[in-house]
Design a protein around this ligand. Sequence first.
Ligand code: IPM
Ligand code: MG
Length: 359
Amino acid sequence: MVKNIAVIRGDGIGPEIVEQALKVLNKVAKAYGHTFNYTDVDMGGCAVDKYGDPLPEAELKKCVESDSVLLGAVGGNKWNDVPGYMRPEKGLLRLRAGMGVYSNNRPAKIWKQLADASPLKKSIVDKGINFIIVRELIGGIYFGEHKTEEVDGKPTAIDILTYNEEEIERIGRIGFETARKRNKKLCSVEKSNVLDSSRLWKKVMHKLADEYPDVELSDMLVDNCAMQIVKNPSQFDVVVTENMFGDILSDEASMITGSIGMIPSSSLGATTCGLYEPIHGSAPDIAGRDLANPIGTILSAAMMLRYSFDLDEEADAIENAVSAYLDAGYRTADIMSDGMTQVGCEKCGDLVTENLRKV
Ligand code: IPM
Ligand code: MG
């Protein structure tokens, strides 16, 4: 199989973690006889420095025309004071919108080898943590109007949150379909006691439920959900929620599995051209020091093989290689514990690559 992959290294730890994922992909290509062609794309702070634009049209075009996009991370303190439209994160939002990837899938699963790395009590972890957050990705407050202006003589900031029925329905369907392939439990998370957008959200989810009688739908307010994720995470199978709630809850969900550095994500829309990125940020404090955990990016590459290229065996091979690496007792600094061998980002990439076997 020949696939063209757009590669965005980005800022901070982005380049080092992407490098490790490419090593693993190259090994997959060799073992299974595929050809992966890589096209470099500039996005984020590095693109602001180079072009004065976090995602020039020509760079977005490379992504849209690729078979899928692999992204490290963007952003950093260096660009804190640039105007809002030029922020590195704006490049990421424009990429998501430009690719039309409305559905962001973020698994929160504890690796058996890392049970001790969870900050939760053993009695809670032992009940199991294995759920997915389906986050709406190209609507809501992230994409409403943002402005700061004088109102009644006071500087006033305005951020608009809008959802229409169609946007809710299409992400709702992904939630139901995802639950259907798992344990058939879908929890719709909103703030319907306060927000109109959430009341519409809830109404649409219940209307959809008629079409999915095999899936058990429940509703939960977002503040309660934040609490339930630490109190009793084993109750969740699939969570479906709007953009900003999903952003916040997915950081929380990742932490209870040990480290945000381990969590991949996939973002898909109407086509198989997806965006694959770890859910963590660019971590400028550890950038260039060979300290980052590349597993989130390596597992994102596995998700690309599985969900965009239909290469399940190859994806399994990557996940098995990560598991073998953890079994052998290697840990990056973020998940280091007594008796384990600490390795840097590069060594982690080498070890996962070495452990990759054709399944
Ligand atoms: C994420 C990140 C982004 C988001 C930032 C970098 C804009 O936090 O992917 O979760 O808020 O979506
Ligand atoms: Mg986030």
